[in-house]
Design a protein around this ligand. Structure first.
Ligand code: CAA
Length: 284
């Protein structure tokens, strides 16, 4: 592992998964969140995931050893010695800007800043820091401990040294990296989100019921989850945010978000995380 101390900013589904994977590959991780409750939830989620992996014989050491390498932090100054910071906060440009301004101030100038954004411009985020050559996109897939892919995105000024170091990190955590140019949605969401949005249009227009749409894509095209089930899994607010970035950034009406998706998000039906989206998820 070419980084010893890594900060992960945001301890939601993605941040906690990233922290888990890094710590499972010997990095010392500072897992930061402004919410103490969210940090507690993240810790419980990581423990649950590690014990699942241990049961399957897919963990090299005891879960407690991995947990010892994850430090929960609720003041950003606490991550100041990190050589790399990976931001995995809400998919919102203003929030990410605020985080990167702060990280740029507190981390040594040699540290790399990375964003796990699923669609926001890496070049724009890099431009608010004083180190755009040390700024890169690292886009993990959900669930991070299981999914093999990490998209690596070069901003306009990302140096080749920064990209080489991130490629080495991705290899060290046993994932496969693919490169994407810095355009809205990169590669995966440029293709995946319009498919999900189209599935929501198919539901909205009555082409099929949700079961027909999901079963059709699962059994008809061998996807592990149907598109509506996957949308619930990703979070409908995240899906909407990504569609809005595609629509605005590419300026083509084919990327307009389905009105039904907008209504679901407005109603707080966000998918698994809120207990209800296209399907219902009884809270345990
Ligand atoms: N930690 C540890 N293990 C986990 C886990 C986690 N968080 N989540 C699932 N697993 C394990 C399970 O224990 C199980 O292991 P075995 O196969 O060894 O028994 C395995 O993963 C499969 O899990 P389940 O049997 O519970 O359920 P499943 O067969 O439906 O698989 C899934 C779950 C892996 C999530 C699968 O449904 C899948 O691949 N779905 C598609 C996920 C996907 O497309 N992700 C990308 C989303 S897009 C994205 O992330 C980018 C973005 O910007 C929006």
């Amino acid at each position: 592992m070419n980084f010893k101390k890594i900060a992960v900013i945001g301890s939601g589904q993605m941040g906690s998964g990233i922290a888990q994977v890094l710590a499972s590959h010997s990095a010392d991780v500072f897992l930061f969140d402004i919410s103490g409750d969210q940090l507690k939830k993240a810790k419980a989620g990581i423990e649950k995931s590690l014990s699942k992996l241990q049961e399957k014989g897919r963990l090299q050491e005891e879960p407690s050893k991995v947990m010892e390498r994850i430090q929960l932090i609720d003041q950003m100054e606490g991550v100041a010695s990190a050589e790399l910071a990976i931001e995995a906060a809400t998919e919102n440009f203003a929030i990410k800007c605020e985080i990167f301004k702060k990280l740029d101030q507190i981390l040594p100038s040699s540290s790399i800043l990375a964003s796990n954004t699923s669609s926001i411009s890496i070049t724009k985020l890099a431009a608010i820091t004083n180190r755009p050559e040390k700024f890169v996109g690292v886009h993990f897939m959900n669930p991070v401990p299981i999914m093999k892919l990490v998209e690596l995105i070069s901003g306009q000024l990302t140096s080749s040294d920064t990209m080489t170091r991130m490629e080495a990190l991705v290899a060290a955590i046993d994932k496969t990296g693919t490169k994407s140019a810095d355009y809205p949605g990169f590669v995966v969401n440029r293709i995946l989100m319009p498919m999900i949005n189209e599935a929501i249009f198919a539901l909205y227009e009555g082409v099929g019921c949700k079961e027909a749409i999901d079963t059709g894509m699962k059994l008809g095209t061998n996807h592990p989850m149907g598109p509506l089930e996957l949308a619930d899994f990703i979070g409908l607010d995240t899906c909407l945010a990504i569609m809005e970035v595609l629509h605005e950034g590419l300026g083509d009406s084919k990327y307009r978000a389905c009105p039904l998706l907008k209504n679901y998000v407005a109603a707080g039906l966000l998918g698994r995380k809120s207990g209800r989206g296209f399907y219902e998820y009884p809270q345990k």
